[in-house]
Design a protein. Structure first.
Length: 456
């Protein structure tokens, strides 16, 4: 297996791509239930295509570029079952960037197609990664920035292409706001391991600011820039530590990758006989890990797919094991053990039917305009979503501020703009809404517990 992957033949790469495509087809044909955030992203795309404005009319903390991607796949009518193909395509593209960067700048010895295989395997360590997410989309831009940084480090004189580094990191942040922190990774990597000057550092900053400045102007033009800032202040710009339950769940997914990555890092520290470009790349990826530690505390939710940005650096460190360890049987054993851990992770998540999967809808209504005042997003599977509450974790704060005039006006606007036929209120928020919006008492009647229907 190891010798096959070390081959530099194009046919080997084609076979690896074909294997992932076949695996994706098998995954789709298995008919596993959609993930919670998979349905959320589908609803987000649908609402945007109906003409509602992001952040002002739809409460979600996906970045603008990620929201645009979800809108696009709904615009072309792609079914939710195609998500696995979108995700695999994105990961394969990132894997090609990863491999070509390593081979072109000779960061390691001849490894053939091993970098591509290791990267794609790392980015498939969980079934969660078979779904395109904002974190996965933004990671593509971070990989492009990584390639540009390596290019600049491989020459004696930095050129003005450093502008692209800021541009790519800014675009990554527009997909997934936690990635904004990686601008420090870009600056530190260039400052310590390249011959960059002050003017070129400013070029990086200009690239970063331009892509965000254009976005701010567009949102200001459409009148919803203030809502974008408000949403990010309550989610991406808030530092919080994951709970112990979240840590255990995430660790079950990432422990094999973390162990291999740090074993590879320890190996290169013990055997530092690599080229200068390779040394710079090792240190650049170590800074990636360092910045990732701080990014963990800014994540919008503690789901395993939100942490995948640590994997490229760990995949790079793992490659040291196949470059520096000389006994082939050890390399084969490491490869087989990791492949086995990925398979075990898939099997565990597959058998756990409740693992972040959408459950069957319980309401006795179908094809109705429904607003759910709670996290029960599964009720939208057979009904049309009405209202802005696509992300309940973010929207729930509104109901803690019902005693403020601004919140009451905002809720009234939501109801008038996208009035539902039914309101499902498992959290008990609707009676409080009717207290502050008295006209709702005459507009909706309770047909069963927690379910309200609009009077004709």
């Amino acid at each position: 297996m190891f010798q096959f992957l070390r081959s530099n033949a194009s046919i080997t790469l084609f076979l690896l791509v074909a294997i992932w495509v076949i695996a994706t087809i098998a995954f789709v044909q298995a008919g596993i239930s959609p993930l919670v955030w998979e349905l959320k992203n589908q609803l987000l795309g649908q609402k945007l295509n109906q003409g509602f404005r992001m952040y002002q009319d739809i409460r979600d903390n996906s970045g603008p570029l990620a929201a645009g991607f979800f809108q696009f796949i709904q615009f072309i009518g792609a079914p939710i079952t195609w998500n696995a193909f979108w995700s695999t395509g994105i990961i394969l593209f990132q894997g090609i960037i990863f491999q070509r960067t390593i081979n072109r700048y000779e960061l390691m010895g001849p490894l053939g197609n091993m970098p591509f295989f290791i990267y794609t395997l790392f980015l498939h360590i969980s079934l969660d990664f078979w779904v395109p997410s904002a974190a996965l989309l933004g990671l593509t831009f971070l990989m492009l920035a990584w390639r540009e940084i390596i290019k600049q480090q491989s020459t004696l004189q930095v050129d003005d292409r450093v502008f692209l580094i800021g541009l790519f990191i800014g675009a990554a942040g527009l997909c997934y706001p936690s990635y904004y922190l990686f601008i420090f990774w870009g600056f530190l990597s260039l400052l310590f391991y390249s011959g960059i000057n002050i003017r070129q550092m400013l070029l990086v900053l200009v690239g970063f600011l331009i892509v965000n400045g254009v976005t701010a102007l567009l949102y200001t033009w459409h009148g919803n820039f203030s809502f974008l800032i408000e949403v990010f202040q309550k989610s991406a710009l808030v530092f919080h530590a994951p709970g112990w339950a979240n840590i255990k769940q995430i660790a079950s997914t990432y422990v094999p990758a973390v162990l291999l990555g740090f074993y590879g890092l320890w190996t290169v520290i013990q055997r530092p006989k690599i080229k200068s470009t390779g040394q710079k790349a090792q240190q650049t990826n170590f800074i990636w890990i360092f910045i990732s530690f701080f990014a963990v505390f800014t994540l919008p939710a503690n789901n395993s797919h939100n942490y995948l940005f640590i994997l490229p650096a760990l995949a790079y460190f793992t490659l040291n094991l196949f470059f520096l360890l000389k006994r082939v049987w050890i390399q084969e054993l490491i490869l087989l053990l990791f492949m086995g851990s990925v398979w075990f992770s898939w099997q565990t998540e597959w058998k756990d039917k409740d693992y972040n999967r959408i459950q069957a809808a319980k309401l006795p209504i179908q094809n109705e305009r429904l607003m759910v005042l709670g996290p029960q997003i599964e009720e939208y599977q057979k009904n049309q979503m009405a209202g802005p509450f696509v992300n309940w974790e973010l929207s729930n704060d509104l109901f803690d501020e019902l005693n403020t005039y601004r919140t009451v006006v905002k809720l009234q606007r939501y109801l008038e703009m996208d009035s539902p036929t039914y309101i499902y209120d498992p959290s008990g928020n609707f009676p409080r809404m009717r207290y502050y919006l008295p006209y709702l008492k005459d507009s909706y009647v309770e047909t069963q517990k927690h379910l309200y229907k609009r009077k004709n």
